[in-house]
Design a protein. Structure first.
Length: 310
């Protein structure tokens, strides 16, 4: 019988090589067959599917591949995809780790509000800092609001505490009727605009009318000409409407929040967001350059890839 058709021999050679980890030279000596023939026998074993080689891509590399697709499609600096977890716990933990590394090399950091950022501020580990970092709220407060996700002062203070650093507080409401402001008020508010124009990092969340936004939509101050049923998403004090436009506040209001035109000038803008129903607003905001680093979970990433055919 031709040795290349001897199933028993082919199996023996394959077992020695792939399971017992013998070299081809060692197998040749054991079986008294030349080394080139051993090589041909191994090839024949693969052809007859006596040996089936399966290469599985590690999960972290899979995620890197997904991240690269999203990064390229949305033209971002970086994308971090986190495994899905109950209550987004892992997202908060991994985002806090990413932010710790990024903020370590930054001096002036702006922080926004929503449920995600509130929970990230809790998950942040205490860092040894040079104490020269300063954390700024990217929006004013919402008065005596009991919703913790909207308590910007608490969130910013917690960020600063974790980095053993200083926090500036903006004690004015996020939305103010101009007629209630005096010159002293305006000077203080304009000072904050100067801070916002000189930030190294901004950390923001993205809320959607379809998901977590509902948990505190009723807590947003009532605004003339704003129909909450037409809101598609929100970043800080900016509302994105379902007609693709950004809501223009009536002139009677002073907007105590960083403007989107200033936000997009910041070097590193990190948006932490999850939710498969948010993918359209994620795309819209990314294309507008309102963030350049995305941290999301696997389910959201998969939805972006499948829905936008990446």
């Amino acid at each position: 019988m031709n040795i290349f058709d001897d199933a028993s021999l082919l199996y023996t050679v394959a077992k020695y090589y792939y399971i017992d980890d013998y070299s081809q030279s060692e197998i040749a000596k054991i079986l008294n067959i030349s080394r080139p023939q051993i090589s041909r026998l191994l090839k024949r074993a693969r052809e007859l599917e006596i040996v089936k080689i399966e290469i599985s891509m590690p999960n972290n590399i899979k995620d890197e591949s997904k991240a690269e697709k999203i990064k390229k499609y949305l033209n971002l600096k970086d994308v971090l995809i986190v495994e899905d977890s109950n209550d987004n716990k892992l997202l908060y933990v991994k985002a806090s780790e990413y932010l710790s590394a990024l903020i370590e090399n930054s001096k002036k950091i702006g922080v926004g509000w929503n449920e995600t950022l509130y929970n990230i501020s809790i998950e942040l580990k205490y860092n040894d800092s040079d104490k020269q970092k300063v954390f700024y709220p990217l929006i004013g407060n919402l008065g005596n609001n009991n919703n913790p996700y909207l308590q910007i002062t608490t969130i910013v203070d917690r960020f600063a505490e974790k980095f053993n650093s200083k926090a500036y507080f903006n004690n004015y409401p996020a939305l103010i009727e101009k007629k209630s402001l005096n010159n002293n008020d305006l000077e203080k508010l304009e000072e904050f605009k100067k801070f916002w124009s000189d930030l190294d990092v901004a950390v923001i969340g993205l809320s959607s009318r379809r998901e977590s936004y509902q948990s505190y939509i009723s807590d947003i101050p009532k605004v003339d000409k704003l129909n909450i049923d037409e809101i598609e998403g929100i970043i800080l004090g900016s509302f994105f409407m379902n007609n693709g436009e950004t809501f223009n506040y009536p002139d009677k209001y002073y907007i105590n929040s960083i403007m989107l035109s200033e936000l997009k000038k910041i070097k590193d803008i990190v948006c932490i967001v999850s939710g498969v129903k948010k993918i359209d607003i994620i795309k819209f905001v990314a294309m507008k350059k309102y963030f350049n680093i995305l941290i999301t979970d696997e389910a959201t990433a998969d939805s972006i890839i499948s829905n936008f055919n990446l």
